[in-house]
Write a protein that binds this ligand. Structure first.
Ligand code: ZN
Length: 64
């Protein structure tokens, strides 16, 4: 998949996020950590941004 680097960084590992365009819905822009920690979806039609963290990372933090 073609990806584009951004200046935004993953909040967990500080790597630069990459932009992915959703093939099924091209209006949605996805920015994601290349390692899969974090993912942000930008929905221009909803004027909203949704952020996701991998559940494993959150579980580790909550348990420790
Ligand atoms: Zn990361």
């Amino acid at each position: 998949m073609k990806s584009i680097r951004t200046r935004e960084q993953c909040p967990i590992c500080q790597k630069q996020l990459e932009i992915y365009h959703n093939e099924e819905n091209k209006k949605i822009v996805v920015k994601a950590c290349p390692t899969g920690h974090y993912r942000k979806e930008i929905h221009p039609l909803l004027e909203g941004t949704f952020e996701y963290y991998t559940p494993k990372e959150n579980e580790r933090r909550n348990r420790s």
